[in-house]
Design a protein around this ligand. Structure first.
Ligand code: UDP
Ligand code: MG
Length: 160
């Protein structure tokens, strides 16, 4: 038993989750938000937003050199997205598990992509891949005053 490792795993983190334009057009907004709500994470920011090209390019700048980059930018800017900031213990990795792997055909049943999508180019949702990127992406997509600090009354029933 290594208490310092447990402590490291139990860091409170933030992640940026985004319902992509296909998820929005397909009417999956409520379904997708529900999965994070039911898990017990804390919603700190939520908005419907038409993403400009420059923001999409900045968000996905690590993928700039990939052949699919232009298509990805067209996809993300093709209609409204739903931007969310979620907080919780281990929320970054846990959200990625709830979302499932990048290619929905390989995503496990029970995950969002595994249940609701069939193609990598239409995989309905984004989730940050590290706590650092969680912070970076929330700062990129939300302006000051758009995030809400609040105390969940259910707190003691969700975490000890
Ligand atoms: N993507 C794509 N083709 C690929 C790989 C990725 O269109 O071959 C898109 C897909 O929408 C994916 C996004 O680019 O969700 C970001 O890619 P990443 O590898 O970061 O996957 P994710 O973190 O979203 O699972
Ligand atoms: Mg990624």
């Amino acid at each position: 038993f290594l208490p310092h490792l447990v402590a490291a795993m139990e860091e409170v983190e933030e992640t940026y989750i985004m319902i992509k334009p296909d998820g929005f057009q397909r009417g999956l907004v409520g379904e997708i938000i529900s999965r994070f709500e039911k898990k017990g994470f804390k919603l700190k920011g939520l908005k419907l937003f038409q993403c400009p090209k420059e923001l999409a390019q900045e968000h996905y700048k690590d993928l700039q050199s990939k052949p699919f980059f232009p298509k990805l930018i067209n996809y993300i800017t093709s209609g409204p997205v739903v931007c969310m900031a979620w907080e919780g213990i281990g929320v970054v990795a846990s959200a990625r598990k709830l979302i499932g792997v990048t290619n929905p055909l390989n995503a496990e049943p029970g995950t969002i992509r595994g249940d609701l999508a069939v193609q990598t180019g239409r995989n309905v949702v984004h989730g940050s891949d590290s706590p650092e990127n969680g912070k970076r992406e929330i700062a990129l997509w939300f302006k000051e005053g758009e995030l809400c600090e609040w105390t969940p009354l259910l707190g003691p029933w969700l975490t000890e």
